[in-house]
Design a binder for this molecule. Structure first.
Ligand code: HEM
Ligand SMILES: *[C@@H]1O[C@H](CO)[C@@H](O)[C@H](O)[C@H]1NC(C)=O
Ligand SMILES: CC(=O)N[C@H]1CO[C@H](CO)[C@@H](O)[C@@H]1O
Length: 501
């Protein structure tokens, strides 16, 4: 009897004990979370954060744009937001953004490493790396891009040839509705592929089309809620199924693809006659056998992959926006075509030199970039040492986001911010540059493919409009809705490309 009671008491004790422990643990976690996220003095103001997840549910996941607009009204042009357990500061408006990329530049050259990125590429490559690796890889990528761009077969000619291939496959549709997504993607990608891999891929090449699909899917899913949650609780999410696992799998497959290209290069590599980026990198690797630099196997794979991804998705998405706007604004399209007929005609190919004499077409491409606004919050930077901005203290480790959406739709800068209007880039019939147009960002870490992208956009867009008139399919309504991902892309749609002759 007594012993029975004794064991009851003991189990009651054990039970209570367990609860106390659990309670203590939870209290501790909340306290730790609270202490860790104490704002330092003079930190930019911002909305209250939730424990663990910060402001993640208040942030834009496609719908809550408006909620955050009120944040700017309430807290001003420098406001703080917590994305999960990392503190970030969002900067709005041209004067401040310029200040950030000039006066503060030296202290914000780093990229933040999210747990997702850490798992995918670590500190390799050029897009998400920092420090010595970034410096070396960026310098080398720029130099090599220049060498192969202005090399044997000029880059311009390569883009012209690719534009002709694209015209051919679109002609096959005979004006019937089709989804232009992956043929445009393939055409654009072939330009960077000819620099990195030394070859282009046929639009029917199913292996390459699969790579483009994996890339598109990975970029889209990286903005998903599962991936955001992975960034907060990587040690749990690692074991759970979800879209983050698809992202990891896709990157593994993309890496394998690049590795196999590299293996092929090694077979017939001639250090005295580099054919492309991979060859040039292999040569660079032999110069530093002691491994004192970042020219190693991992960076060979990642810098190549970074150029491939940054050079594919962005430019082709911009082109898709531009064609969509043409289908929706037939009067604008007509004006572009009459400029093409006047300056180039139907008989010869579009060349870069034509851009000078085609202010309207140039303005339309810029306006498509402004409205498309495909990298809405720029690519984030990290503050690398304690610093201050307009009197606010920004401690080391803060993530800095520049709001390009706000810049590209600022009513103080644009006559009709919400509507497609090429006049934004025209003055007395001449092309006018605009300071508050920063789709490629600015400063030492700005887009390194800007020149390439601008050449591609001009030649592809102008050649397509030389050959076709783009129209919405009969009985289908085209939408300007976008799909959220690492870039903002138009939702899946079909167009009719009616031949002009
Ligand atoms: C319309 C097309 C494009 C847009 C809108 C665009 C936009 C951007 C933006 C906003 C950044 C971040 C800059 C920053 O952190 O301040 C960036 C970086 C980068 N872009 Fe582009 N880009 C485009 C095309 C290209 C192309 C064709 C290439 C191919 C070479 C490319 C390669 C890169 C690379 C390698 C970086 C990383 C630079 C670094 O971190 O140092 N981009 N781009
Ligand atoms: C960025 O600017 C846009 C346009 O003003 C606004 O709607 C959005 O809420 C801003 N986002 C952030 C995070 O500040
Ligand atoms: C009407 C037509 O075919 N126009 C042009 C289409 O594009 C090629 C170049 O890719 C030009 O040579 C044609 O003149």
């Amino acid at each position: 009897m007594l012993s029975a009671m004794g064991s009851h008491v003991a189990s009651l004790w054990a039970w209570l004990h367990l609860w106390t422990l659990l309670l203590a643990a939870v209290t501790f976690l909340f306290l730790a979370d609270y202490l860790k996220n104490q704002r330092p003095k003079n930190f930019p103001p911002g909305p209250r954060r939730l424990p663990f997840v910060g402001n993640i549910f208040q942030l834009d996941m496609g719908k809550t744009h408006i909620a955050i607009q009120q944040f700017v009204k309430k807290y001003g042009n420098i406001l703080s937001l917590d994305l999960g357990n990392v503190t970030s500061v969002v900067v709005t408006g041209l004067p401040l953004i310029k200040k950030v990329f000039t006066h503060m530049e030296q202290d914000i050259l780093k990229r933040p490493v999210t747990p997702i990125q850490e798992r995918i590429s670590k500190n390799n490559g050029v897009l998400f790396s920092s420090g010595q690796t970034w410096k070396e890889q960026r310098r080398f990528a720029l130099m090599t891009l220049r060498n192969f761009g202005l090399g044997k077969k000029s880059l311009e000619q390569r883009i012209q040839e690719e534009a002709s291939h694209l015209v051919e496959v679109i002609k096959e549709k005979e004006g019937q509705p089709f989804n232009p997504h992956f043929s445009i993607n393939n055409a654009v990608s072939n330009i960077i592929c000819s620099i990195t891999f030394g070859e282009r891929f046929e639009y029917q090449d199913s292996r390459f089309q699969e790579m483009l699909r994996l890339l598109d899917e990975a970029m889209c899913l990286e903005a998903s809620m599962m991936c955001q949650i992975y960034n907060i609780f990587p040690w749990i999410m690692k074991y759970l199924p979800g879209s983050h696992q698809t992202v990891f799998r896709n990157w593994e497959k993309l890496k394998l693809f690049v590795s196999s290209m590299i293996d092929n290069h090694r077979k017939d590599w001639d250090p005295d006659d580099p054919r492309d980026f991979i060859d040039a990198f292999l040569t660079e690797m032999t110069k530093y056998p002691e491994k004192t630099t970042s020219f190693n196997e991992e960076n060979l794979i990642w810098t190549t992959l970074d150029l491939f991804l940054a050079g594919t998705e962005t430019t082709s998405t911009t082109l898709r926006w531009a064609l969509l706007y043409m289908a929706l604004y037939p009067d604008v399209q007509e004006k572009v075509q009459s400029e093409i007929d006047r300056v180039i005609g139907q008989m010869r190919q579009v060349s870069l030199a034509d851009r000078e004499s085609m202010p309207y077409t140039n303005a339309v491409i810029h306006e498509a970039q402004r409205m498309g606004n495909i990298v809405p919050f720029n690519v984030p930077r990290e503050v690398s040492k304690d610093t201050s901005l307009n009197g606010f203290h920004l401690p080391k480790g803060t993530i800095l986001i520049t709001n390009l959406t706000a810049l590209h739709s600022d009513p103080k800068e644009w006559a009709t911010p919400e509507s497609f209007n090429p006049e934004h880039f025209l003055e007395n019939g001449q092309f006018k540059k605009r300071e508050s147009f920063l789709p490629f960002s600015m400063g030492k870490r700005a887009c390194l493919g800007e020149q390439l992208a601008r050449s591609e956009l001009f030649i592809f867009f102008t050649t397509l409009l030389q050959n076709f008139t783009f129209k919405p399919p009969i009985n289908e309504k085209l939408s300007l809705k976008f799909r959220n991902g690492l870039t903002l892309t138009p939702v899946s749609h079909r167009l009719c490309a009616v031949p002009r002759l």
